[in-house]
Design a protein around this ligand. Structure first.
Ligand SMILES: [Zn+2]
Length: 145
């Protein structure tokens, strides 16, 4: 498994450091964990956006997801790509949907995660668990099968 830190700044980006975004790759599968501000530009240093196999967003704080609607626009209007699986909490999926004017599908295929959820993408199995980080969100632990 290869982990590429696209950004790890909390709350807001820093010069040369985007907010949270982690590219996890294994066995030909590529998953973006979190899509904070600045991560989409960093992702393109490593791969094409349309080649992602899934996007998983840990929780609803903006420094972890606000690139998702931007990614949706890129995939829909520029790259003409559909069907990217997007996993997150119900609150976060609602925010992404709202800011995208209810037009996330068919570009994104939304799936809700909650405590105990497991997501499989290629050889990666991602386990989600609730933490005490407000507002009642989940975190993700990628593992290779
Ligand atoms: Zn947070």
């Amino acid at each position: 498994m290869k982990l590429t830190v696209l950004g790890c700044s909390g709350t807001f980006g820093a010069p040369d450091c985007a907010c949270s975004g982690y590219l996890v790759q294994a066995g030909g599968a590529s998953v973006l964990l979190d899509a904070g501000p600045g991560t989409l530009a960093e992702l393109q240093r490593h791969m094409r956006i349309e080649d992602l196999d899934a996007l998983l967003i840990s929780h609803s704080h903006p420094d972890h997801w606000v690139e998702a609607p931007v990614m949706r626009n890129a995939l829909r209007y520029v790259l003409q790509s559909e069907g990217l699986p997007v996993y997150s909490t119900s609150e976060t999926l609602g925010l992404i949907t709202e800011i995208s004017h209810d037009r996330v599908e068919p570009t994104f295929e939304l799936s809700e995660i909650a405590d105990g959820a497991e997501v499989s993408v290629g050889p990666l199995r991602i386990r989600c668990s609730r933490t005490d980080h407000p507002p009642g969100d989940a975190r993700v632990l990628p593992r290779r099968r």
